[in-house]
Design a protein around this ligand. Structure first.
Ligand code: AMP
Ligand code: GLY
Length: 422
């Protein structure tokens, strides 16, 4: 099988690495990829959002399966376009990708499916939204309805903060059309968990869970990011909890999507809050998380490509995945200034020395080669992953590798996986 992975981050490097080991694979491409990915896949100079060019490439190169990494192309209809060309694509079509593309749609599906989630209201008018905040008080959560690359959620500790978010999204259109309407939610309190399932439209199988660290600073402080590190398996995710999430969140959601004529195929990522009243849904994403994906795929023992093909074929019913009994910690190295204004094109050295630490795998995200030298090319630049018999062992190896990398213009959080030791 000839496979095309779409995207260029650490998640896509992990996907390419996992797929490259499949006995089913004959040729692997990645569009647009990154310099790390070129050791396992042939890079194709097409952007992840250029759907017509991706379809033309897939046609011309007899691609048997497309594996999209990020949500953008899915929400924009990559799967629809590939399927129209007769090419399998392991992700939801645009109608089903609305589970990530529209907060209102997610909340409506969750309510119809009986999935526990924060109480919510949708507003198309800033006047009504402000009045609602004044009535409810803080803390309260303001969410732009559309896709906003992680910038569309404000967990407001005060009414003033909530009103400022409404003004920014709805009056000043700081997020463009994505903020024209907002969802206002009850604030949930607890520990967060990222849970993943592979879905074929009717059946889902668990891909396990991980815990991400969204804030840029140690102790979970500072602005939100795409994710500064993750680890798996988190002690909070007992087998009982994972079975409960499959039974009360994932399967009812799949059933409801099918009932609406929008069957969900691909990776369903439930962002959950483990509250005093049990797990509650914060949001759905329609793809792997980054860096959660890196953790999960380093624990996966089965052939990922076979699983993705089974999902596309609607044949997960009798499918089973096997996992290594080991822990993974992933530490993101980001460019100084991230997430506000990352310093670009600074040289990175001694990666080989770091990658030689036992159990370590370094995945590239925002990197580039300039004048023969590896440089940063984005906010999140590397994911330094390590496996170990325990989370402690994995964490120690990951940081040992981080310390060997020579990159004066980068930084990382030093407390990844802290919840496992709390
Ligand atoms: P998102 O951009 O949708 O991933 O949300 C970003 C973060 O906002 C989540 O990871 C949570 O930490 C937080 N968040 C979203 N909704 C709520 C909620 N209802 N209560 C508390 N925190 C929330
Ligand atoms: N790490 C969270 C995400 O990918 O959305």
């Amino acid at each position: 099988m000839r496979v095309l992975v779409v995207g260029s981050g650490g998640r896509e490097h992990a996907l390419c690495w996992a797929i490259s080991g499949s006995p089913m694979l004959t040729k692997l491409y990645c569009a647009p990829g990154n310099p790390g990915i070129s050791s396992v896949a042939q890079r194709v100079p097409i952007g992840a959002m250029d759907i017509p060019a991706l379809v033309a490439f897939a046609r011309a190169n007899q691609i048997g399966l497309v594996v999209p990494g990020p949500e953008g192309p899915l929400v924009a209809g990559l799967t629809d376009a590939m399927e129209a060309a007769g090419i399998a694509c392991c992700g939801p079509n645009a109608a089903a990708a609305a589970l990530e593309g529209s907060k209102t749609f997610t909340k409506e599906v969750a309510d119809a499916a009986g999935v526990p989630t924060a109480k919510w209201e949708r507003f198309d008018s800033a006047v009504a939204a402000r009045a609602f905040v004044q009535m409810r008080g803080a803390p309260i959560v303001i969410k732009a309805d559309g896709l906003a690359a992680g910038k569309g959620v404000v967990v407001a500790a005060t009414e003033d903060e909530a009103i400022a978010a409404i003004d920014a999204f709805m009056e000043r259109a700081t997020l463009g059309a994505a903020g024209a309407s907002v969802v206002i939610e009850e604030c949930l309190v607890g520990e967060e968990l990222s849970f993943f399932a592979l879905c074929d439209g009717t059946t889902a199988i668990s891909l396990g869970s991980a815990q991400d660290h969204k804030r840029v600073g140690e102790g979970d402080t500072g602005p939100n990011t795409g994710g500064m590190g993750a680890y798996s398996p988190p002690p909070a995710a007992t087998p009982e909890l994972e079975a409960d999430i499959m039974a009360r969140f994932i399967q009812p959601t799949l059933d409801e999507m099918a009932r609406r004529g929008k069957p969900f195929r691909g990776i369903l990522f439930a962002g959950l809050m483990l509250t005093e009243d049990g797990p509650k849904l914060i949001e759905y994403n329609v793809r792997f998380g980054d860096p959660e994906c890196q953790c999960l795929l380093l624990r996966l023992r089965s052939d990922l490509l076979a699983a993705l093909v089974a999902a596309c074929d609607g044949e997960l019913k009798n499918f089973d995945l096997r996992w290594y009994d080991r822990a993974v910690v992933a530490v993101v190295m980001a460019a100084d200034g991230y997430p506000v204004k990352p310093k670009m094109y600074t040289p990175i050295g001694l990666l080989d020395r770091a990658a030689a630490v036992p159990g370590v795998r370094i995945l590239h995200a925002g990197t580039d080669i300039r004048d023969g030298e590896l440089v940063s090319n984005g906010g999140r630049v590397l994911t330094v992953c390590a496996t170990g018999a325990t989370i402690t062992e994995a964490r120690d190896s990951a940081y040992a590798a981080v310390d060997l990398i020579h990159w004066p213009d980068g930084f990382c959080r030093r407390d990844i996986a802290w919840r496992a030791f709390a």
